[in-house]
Design a protein around this ligand. Structure first.
Ligand code: TPP
Ligand code: MG
Length: 349
C-alpha cells in the first residue's frame, strides 16, 4: 500500500518514527557498553546523530520492496522487521544470531515476500550495482519492486558507485540511493574527498532526480524518500538524495575522532535528530511526554531481555565453523569435485 505523504502521517505513525530512532540509539548504547566490556567481536560502528536518515528513509518503503542497510543504517533494519536480539548476537558473534556467529554486526539479511534485506558486503559502492541488478530482475518478472540503499560521502568516490549508479540511471532502474553526507569518511573531510561537496549536483550528471535534504529531520527524509520511491515505481528511474548529517562518533568506537573540530561537533549536537523530533512532537501536541517515556521504558525492558539472551548464547562450536559458510558443492553438485594433480598423485579424491 502506498505510504501517506508526510503531512498525512497519523499520530501513531509519528510516534512509531520516534520509537524506531530511539530503538536505534538505545541498541547502540547497549552495544557501546558491551564493547567496553570486550564482549563485541570486531568494531562497533555507531550511527549516533544519523538515526533520522536510516529510519525516515526505510519508513517510506512499501511491502515487497527491498533494501540494503550499510553499517550506519541499523535503524532501517528495525523499521523493516529486524530484531535487536539478532543484532546483539551478531555483534557478539553468538550461535543464535542470523549468521550463527559466522559473520558480524549488520552483515546479515533475509529474503522474504514482504520485503528482503539483501545482505550488505563491505566493499563500498558495490551494493548500488547489486541492487540495480536485483530490481532490474524484478522488473523483468513484471514486478514493481523498488530498492533502497545508502552510501557514505566517501563511498561515492569509488568506481563501483559510479558504474552501478550510471547503469541504474540509464536503465531507469527503480532504485533510490541516499547519500549520507556525514562530513567525514574515516578521518577524511568531504572537502578533501571531492572538489564539489554538494553531492546532489551529481544527479544532474547521471541524468536522474536529485534532492538535498536536512538528514536530521526524520519527516523530511521520509517525504523525500517516499516521493523518490513513488517515482521509481512509476518507471521514472533513480533518485539521488543527499542527506546532510554528521557522524557524531569516530569511524568506530576505537577512533577518538580527534581530527574533528570540537566546534563542528558542538554545532551538530544542537541538531540532534531525536531531541529535535521529540520537541516537535511535544510542542505540536502530537504526543504526550508520558507516551514517549513509556516507549523508552518499554525499549529498556526489551533490551534487558535481549542482552541477557545474547550473552547467554554460546559461540559456535569450533568444529562447526565452516558449516553454512560455503555451498556443499561436493555433495550436492552433479559436477564432480575438482581433484588437484597433487591429490591425484596421492591417490586421493
Ligand atoms: C572499496 C572500499 N574501500 C575502502 C573500504 C574501507 N572503508 C570502510 S568504511 C570507510 C569510510 C567510509 O566513509 P563514508 O563512505 O563517508 O561512510 P561513513 O563511514 O562516513 O558512514 C572505508 C574507507 C571499503 N570498505 N571498501
Ligand atoms: Mg561519511
Amino acid at each position: 500500500m502506498a505510504r501517506p505523504p508526510a503531512a498525512q502521517l497519523s499520530r501513531p505513525q509519528l510516534v512509531e518514527l520516534f520509537h524506531f530512532m530511539k530503538l536505534n540509539r538505545m541498541v547502540e548504547e547497549r552495544l557501546t557498553n558491551l564493547y567496553r566490556q570486550n564482549k563485541v567481536v570486531g568494531g562497533l560502528y555507531r550511527s549516533l546523530g544519523q538515526e533520522a536518515s536510516s529510519v525516515g528513509a526505510a519508513y517510506a518503503l512499501e511491502r515487497g520492496d527491498i533494501f540494503t542497510p550499510l553499517i550506519r543504517n541499523l535503524g532501517a533494519i528495525f523499521v523493516r522487521g529486524g530484531k535487536p536480539r539478532d543484532v546483539l548476537c551478531q555483534y557478539m558473534a553468538r550461535q543464535d544470531g542470523p549468521t550463527r556467529g559466522r559473520d558480524l554486526n549488520v552483515h546479515f539479511g533475509w529474503l522474504r515476500e514482504d520485503g528482503s534485506n539483501i545482505a550488505v558486503i563491505s566493499m563500498l559502492g558495490d551494493m548500488v550495482s547489486i541492487l540495480a541488478g536485483a530490481v532490474i530482475a524484478e522488473r523483468m518478472k513484471g514486478k514493481t519492486t523498488v530498492a533502497l540503499t545508502w552510501i557514505g560521502d566517501g563511498g561515492t568516490s569509488t568506481g563501483a558507485f559510479h558504474e552501478g549508479f550510471n547503469l541504474a540511471c540509464v536503465q531507469k532502474a527503480p532504485l533510490v540511493v541516499v547519500v549520507e553526507n556525514n562530513q567525514y569518511a574515516y578521518s577524511t573531510p568531504t572537502r578533501m574527498q571531492t572538489a564539489n561537496t554538494r553531492f546532489v549536483d551529481r544527479a544532474q550528471a547521471y541524468g536522474c532526480f536529485g534532492e538535498r535534504i536536512d538528514g536530521n529531520d526524520v519527516v523530511a527524509v521520509y517525504e523525500a524518500t517516499r516521493v523518490a520511491i513513488e517515482r521509481a515505481r512509476n518507471g521514472e528511474g533513480p533518485t539521488l538524495i543527499e542527506a546532510e548529517t554528521m557522524r557524531m562518533r569516530g569511524h568506530a568506537e576505537h577512533d577518538d575522532m580527534k581530527y574533528v573540530p570540537e566546534a563542528l561537533v558542538a554545532e551538530w549536537q544542537k541538531k540532534d535528530p531525536i531531541a529535535r523530533f521529540e520537541t516537535h512532537l511535544l510542542e505540536k501536541n502530537l504526543a504526550a511526554q508520558s507516551d514517549l517515556d513509556a516507549i523508552v521504558a518499554m525499549i529498556e525492558r526489551q533490551l534487558d531481555a535481549d542482552v541477557a539472551f545474547a550473552e547467554a548464547s554460546p559461540f559456535p562450536a569450533a568444529d562447526t565453523g565452516l558449516d553454512g559458510v560455503y555451498g556443499d558443492v561436493a555433495v550436492k553438485s552433479p559436477v564432480p569435485p575438482i581433484v588437484s594433480a597433487w591429490d591425484a598423485a596421492k591417490g586421493r579424491g
